[in-house]
Design a binder for this molecule. Structure first.
Ligand code: FES
Ligand SMILES: [Fe+2]
Length: 384
């Protein structure tokens, strides 16, 4: 029977390990086939809520960044009334890419570099030289194409599915995130600010990154430095099926997951004495890994590029009041996880290389790999 622990407002429902019941890894074609990759882009990345950033990246009116989802370039911008919008990066005149820089600041408007059609930050076409000579042309008909956008815990998610596709997989934000409602309240996620982003270009299929994140069976051999502070067999999972999976691992008392082993910043929130010695790891389908530590929150954002290549943005978020304090040592956490990340990417790349072989066959998951098996189950459901 699952045991339930309550502390402050966090309810952690602990489950026994899900039996893997003969589960095996996915077949080779899921990792190498361009057709499967295209199908994933259509059935998953074009229909799901996909994380593209965090609100503090565009803190001021006019700040923007460009995101890539399912092969589409999108402009994410904060308008003059502080609202955040998402648009296809496509001019309504002759289709030109509007913005080339990855991020920046727009003073008042988005202007196309080709014939200078100009759009307000909320997408309205406000300038189109000489178009007044064109019969029946109405600027109101040529706003930028919007994408569905929402904030969840301060993170910006977009969904490319239009209303017509709602039956094919589109879920409203409330419906989609219902299983996580209130779960991370004490980590103050909407308030946090990134101290650093590191980009990794990994020669491995995006699913290998999720599968690797979802187990610590590999930790004793691959991460000796992590294993010392957070024992590989201390995992307890509370989300064991569906699009959100994970649980916590223990952190040795008096330690933090940093190179020095010491806390590197103010706690991100008041998560209760017990959770102060835990690191929570959750995978948020299809492209976010959320790692909640007492003193910082690390987020990986995945962008699949091809069957065997994935770009990963990793951000380290801290309490806004931690910045500027004497005991603020973000590099202590960043270095620790940069080493750990690279160890993970390396084994993921080795996996990809072995899976490419004609000798590869699906192998059996161990009892310590119930979450990767659950992740595969949900993925397969989505692909059917
Ligand atoms: S293509 Fe953008 S103004 Fe002509
Ligand atoms: Fe790992």
């Amino acid at each position: 029977m699952p045991a339930t622990q309550t502390n402050a407002s966090l309810t952690f429902r602990r489950t026994t390990e899900t039996p893997v019941a003969g589960a095996k890894t996915l077949g080779q074609h899921y990792f190498v086939s361009p057709e499967i990759f295209a199908e994933e882009q259509e059935k998953i990345f074009s229909r799901d809520w996909v994380v593209v950033g965090q609100q503090s990246q565009i803190a001021r009116q006019g700040d923007y960044f460009v995101a890539w989802v399912a092969g589409e370039s999108l402009i994410i911008v904060r308008d003059k009334s502080e609202e955040i919008h998402g648009f296809y990066n496509v001019c309504r005149h002759r289709g030109t890419r509007l913005i080339e820089d990855r991020n920046g600041h727009l003073s008042t408007a988005i202007q196309c570099p080709y014939h200078s059609w100009t759009y307000a930050l909320e997408g309205r076409l406000i300038g189109a030289p000489h178009m007044e000579d064109v019969r029946e042309f109405d600027k109101a008909d040529y706003s930028l194409h919007p994408v569905n956008l929402m904030l969840w815990e301060g993170f910006v998610f977009v969904n490319l599915a239009g209303a017509a596709k709602q039956r094919g997989g589109y879920r409203s934000q409330e419906e989609w995130f219902a299983p996580l409602a209130g779960k991370f309240l004490h980590w103050n996620l909407p308030k946090l600010r990134s101290a650093k982003r590191v980009e990794y270009d990994v020669c491995a299929n995006w699913k290998l990154i999720f599968e690797n994140y979802s187990e610590c069976y590999h930790c004793p051999g691959v991460h000796p430095q992590l294993q010392k502070i957070s024992p590989y067999d201390s995992a307890e999972n509370d989300l064991t099926e569906g699009p959100f999976l994970g649980g916590f691992m223990r952190i040795a008392k008096g330690n933090s997951l940093t190179t020095s082993g010491n806390a590197c910043a103010l706690p991100v929130g008041d998560m209760g004495a017990e959770n102060f010695h835990r690191v929570f790891y959750y995978s948020i389908f299809p492209n976010m890994l959320l790692s909640l530590h007492p003193d910082y929150v690390m987020v990986h954002q995945l962008q699949p590029q091809s069957p065997d290549r994935t770009l990963i943005y990793c951000d380290w978020f801290f309490h806004p009041e931690a910045f500027g304090r004497e005991n603020f040592k973000p590099e202590d956490a960043i270095e620790f996880w940069d080493v750990t990340n690279k160890q993970d990417w390396h084994v993921c790349e080795l996996s990809q290389q072995g899976i490419n072989s004609r000798a590869y066959q699906p192998g059996p998951y161990s009892s310590r790999e119930s979450i990767p098996a659950a992740w595969d189950n949900y993925y397969l459901r989505r692909m059917r």
